[in-house]
Design a protein around this ligand. Structure first.
Ligand SMILES: [Zn+2]
Length: 300
């Protein structure tokens, strides 16, 4: 009797081991390929809503996501910005992976770039556009590489990747002038998309990466912040620092206001923010790779 029970325990243990061996490995995030996506976006030039480069980049993002996602839709909306004010069509891009799955995570980033380098040390550059290697292209680059991975190995959960337009043409003292793409998205899709949680990537390409917890995220979606920082710690990625440092108005706020937990992974200590020097040489594949690895482990 005792011996028989022992045998059963050993058999169950062996079965568990075998099952473990059969489960697919966690996919590798190709940091160099992600960096190519960053460079490709910058090669279009500044992606200012209404410009030719903006349209070309939009088409490139849509066609790239169409290679990998089950459904790609666009959400055009009217966007007014600048002085004198002009109205243009801005476009959110939405890519669904395994849309039949109810249990979902939403990953997002903004793809537009700031029309004015108004934080540049040289005032002569304040009306020059920003290339946005970090502020724009970096988050999108990681998500395009994630899209490729989702296509090659399907995870248990459904994923929506949303690229927001019209994030970065705001006035510093007018909160609602920023992040208009995410506001338009939440207005249209509230109740239709009900992710478990959302993760926003913004300015995560800095070669000198230091990702502190963001204040709004930590206040209104703390369990998700903890989940992400614990995952980074488990992977030994020390660039995720478990302290709150900045409070940032960004695309996650529209979700938080709608009661959807969404956190902002952002490295706001970037000397080239809103300057003409936010170029690919300030970013690194290694930084994209660290963010990507954390996301891939969360998804799989
Ligand atoms: Zn910005």
């Amino acid at each position: 009797m005792k011996h028989g029970l022992m045998c059963k325990i050993i058999i169950i243990w062996l079965m568990t081991l075998t099952t473990g061996c059969n489960s697919a490995p966690i996919p590798h995030f190709d940091a160099d390929n992600a960096f190519l996506y960053l460079e490709k976006q910058c090669a279009f030039g500044p992606r200012i809503p209404g410009s030719a480069a903006h349209q070309q980049c939009r088409d490139y993002l849509v066609s790239t996501l169409q290679l990998y996602a089950d459904q790609v839709t666009t959400q055009p909306f009217m966007f007014t910005f600048g002085k004198p004010a002009k109205s243009v069509t801005a476009t959110n891009i939405i890519a669904a992976f395994q849309p039949q799955k109810r249990d979902r995570i939403l990953l997002c980033a903004h793809w537009d770039t700031r029309p004015w380098a108004d934080m540049d040390k040289d005032p002569k550059n304040h009306n020059q556009p920003v290339i946005g290697a970090n502020d724009g292209a970096s988050g999108v680059a990681v998500l395009l590489e994630i899209a490729k991975i989702l296509h090659s190995q399907k995870p248990e959960i459904g994923i929506d990747i949303v690229l927001f337009d019209a994030e970065d043409a705001g006035e510093y003292n007018v909160d609602e002038s920023w992040a208009q793409g995410s506001a338009a998205f939440v207005r249209q899709y509230r109740g239709k998309l009900t992710p478990r949680y959302g993760i926003l990537l913004d300015m995560i390409g800095d070669a000198d990466l230091n990702v502190y917890k963001e204040g709004f995220s930590n206040e209104y979606a703390k369990p998700i912040v903890d989940l992400v920082w614990q995952q980074a710690a488990a992977l030994g990625i020390r660039e995720f620092i478990p302290e709150v440092r900045h409070i940032v108005t960004d695309d996650h706020l529209a979700f938080l206001k709608a009661g959807i937990p969404c956190i902002d992974i952002i490295d706001f200590d970037y000397p080239w923010w809103h300057t003409i020097h936010d170029t690919p040489d300030k970013c690194s594949p290694a930084s994209l790779g660290k963010i990507g690895a954390v996301l891939v482990h969360l998804i799989y």
